[in-house]
Design a protein around this ligand. Structure first.
Ligand code: DQA
Length: 142
């Protein structure tokens, strides 16, 4: 089975309480459950959430050879050169995920430091951004 890591950055552990018009109404556990239901037996899935930039970087360094990485760096999308550099080292398919339409929100969210080191971005579909990204991964990994 192909190994896939799903990383969620700061404040995504608070989903369910965050503004629903941007992020939908599901908690992170509920989203992860949905992901497992759709992909059980197909991908070997690992889930990781952290509010700390350093922990995310360490996790990426450990996952350097995974077949696929879905990452929602949350606010670090717009600020973290270090997460960008760690992602650049990962050899698998890298998919940038956002629940909201991040490219169409405030100007500061249009600064994006990870886009150019990821293969594709899925955004604006709430929890379905993750679901669609995994469907895409199935296509490309075969
Ligand atoms: C987010 C968008 C980011 O701008 C924001 O800081 C988040 C979540 C999203 O999933 O839409 O925390 O990555």
């Amino acid at each position: 089975m192909k190994k896939v890591l799903i990383i969620n950055g700061p404040n995504l552990n608070m989903l369910g309480k965050r503004p629903k018009e941007h992020y939908g109404s599901l908690t992170l556990d509920e989203i992860n459950q949905k992901i497992v239901e759709e992909n059980q037996g197909y991908f070997d899935l690992d889930f990781f959430q952290s509010n700390s930039e350093g922990e995310i970087i360490t996790k990426l360094q450990e996952a350097i050879a995974y077949d696929g990485i879905l990452i929602n760096p949350a606010a670090y999308t717009h600020t973290s050169v270090a997460i960008r550099d760690a992602l650049e080292l990962c050899t698998g398919i890298k998919l940038e995920i956002h629940l909201s339409k991040v490219d169409e929100r405030e100007d500061f969210r249009r600064i994006n430091l990870v886009r150019d080191v990821c293969d594709k971005c899925f955004q604006g579909l709430h929890e379905n951004s993750y679901i669609e990204a995994l469907r895409y991964l199935k296509e490309v990994l075969g």
